[in-house]
Design a binder for this molecule. Sequence first.
Ligand code: GLC
Length: 564
Amino acid sequence: MTGFRSSVVYQIYPKSFYDSNGDGVGDLRGVIEKIPYIASLGVDHVWFNPFFPSPGRDNGYDISDYCAIDPAMGTMEDFEELVEALGAHGIGVMLDMVLNHTSTEHEWFRKALAGDERYQRYYYLRDPKPDGSLPTNWVSKFGGPAWEPFGDTGKYYLHLFDRTQADLDWHNPDVREEAARVVNFWRSKGVRGFRFDVINLIGKPEALLDAPEGTDDRAMYTDGPDVHTYLQWLSEQSFGQDADSITVGEMSSTSIQACIGYSNPANHELSMVFNFHHLKVDYEDGQKWTLKDFDLAALKRLLGEWALGMQEGGGWNALFWNNHDQPRALDRFGNVDEYRYESATMLASAIHLLRGTPFVYMGEEIGMSDPAYTSIDDYVDVEARNAYAELLAEGRTPQEAFRIVHRKARDNSRTPMAWDASATAGFTTGTPWLRPTGQEAVNVEREEREGSILPYYRKLISLRHELPLIAEGAYAPWEQDNPDVLAYTRTHEGDRLLVLCNLRGTDSEVTLPEGLETAEVLIANHADADAWVAAHRAVRPRPSALPLRPYEAIALLERAEPAA
Ligand code: GLC
């Protein structure tokens, strides 16, 4: 069977997971030491954010050597040991392939700058417009224009991210060959999992053109004409040769249609895709650096459309609330102060029982939340610091700008993993590179002893392995118009699962579909869920509505053959 459908992936931000040598930065030996914990979660793969040599302008997404280990993170021997040690637990390694751009410190870019034409063809170098203005009106995703002078040549190079991240020109067959070489290098080390960074940006059109006045420039280079061809080629040359490969593409500002193309097995591109639409429901006018309560109706609509659309087109979603680029979902969609347990487990239920492959971002499984930082100096991320400066330049007060950064910064999820309640969160014996907060109350040691979120995650993860219904079942939305409750069904060989998640911190209710008379509670985040459901079932005439408490999650399973 397609193994990735019954898999769960755990994401580790290596810089913040565990520091084995006291320099304040996480490392590969630190991960090796924590393998018993990782294995105890029951996950099938670990996706590691980049740990390759990098000047670190964008925390490792600005790579200067694709086939080596950043000395601050460890050695190649450490990496080989890590692959083997995880493998001994049946856990695969998934590496982050940042192939849309290189660091400007990469030797390809350096040679290009020194005048080597072969390497100049690796990048997008363009002349200014006749009037002297930049080649296009595109903006960098990290702020400012997307073009930077290319030495003193009078030309400009394209960078959709930081100015030290130069976009590679995939039209050049040499660039594609290099990409395949990188993937094959890691395959030769036993790696079978790959996450492709912003991969839907590699198919830019040959002619780079201005976005028409008043339109979104992302449309000019996203999901471009050649992405599918390039991915098919890359698959054929590398990971597509492994029967057990698992790949996920990060798709920036994408569409369901494009993602069906990327992930329908018939196309031989990727196993699955990340999209971010559901994580923009708290953006004002689609803009990240704004403050707005999340729009629950939009969240439900997007989760439903993507689940259904991908199913109908034979595609496959990666399911997630958190990653290293997102503030903690618990702070965005839950209530950390009053309902940490309920909202954390409700959010987990909502995606772990859905059609797709769930990803758990380190710390999510113990209910970690955004740090309680009080000063802009606590933030280190280039994006956050640029945004703060831009907000001030737009006329916001320092207080307003700080409030926005505080909610939106990527550093929110990059704080060190909280292993225990100590001042350094048990992450390091030195000074952590990013300050932990909140570990007194939320940490692994405490969750293991008396917690309830961690055991809930372990149960959800094992359910996906045990029940083909969860891995393979057909999805259908239920009560899509319910203003409070996210509800859906999964069906498989006569078994039927109804998942109910109250996304509100208040009581709500949901209509029960016909035919769940004998359904049992499969998993729920209230210990008395069996009695609760039974009590409401006992009401005559049969209730059509089941009340749900704040952030309550209940999954009801009706088996084709009632268990004897
Ligand atoms: C992806 C990464 C993000 C990085 C960007 C540029 O979105 O997840 O962390 O900054 O690509 O590589």
